[in-house]
Design a protein around this ligand. Sequence first.
Ligand code: 5GP
Length: 132
Amino acid sequence: MASIFTRIVEGEIPCYKIAESDRFFAFLDINPVQKGHTLVIPKQETDYLFDVENETLGGLIVFAKSIARAIDTSLQPIRTGIIVEGLEVPHAHIHLIPIYDANQSFSLGRSLSLPSEEMQSIAQTISAEVHL
Ligand code: 5GP
């Protein structure tokens, strides 16, 4: 069965999309721990990030860099951090999490509850600064 992220890529399930290339896709995490919390995935479904073959893994990191730069420019965090966990969704993904406060707890703990209009606005704001 297709992963929930494959179903998002294929448009079966809605998302707050930020950008896509032929091989990669970026969208807001539905349970953001910070404003602009973004997931970056390879379209090809592999459960474990470190099972992704080298060329795709390298491409994913470069794609993530473009998205992180767009987050930095648009939302002006101190910087954007990365977390990889993958315990919930078996489709390799990188969490890009803007850090707005040096004392911020940097983890996938408690999430914010943001209205749909704000999520849409954040996605559009980041998307406008993406240069692939
Ligand atoms: P992990 O697998 O790294 O533990 O976390 C998976 C992440 O995917 C979680 O942060 C969760 O909020 C996010 N997530 C799960 N289902 C959906 C979904 O349907 N849409 C979006 N945008 N994010 C999701």
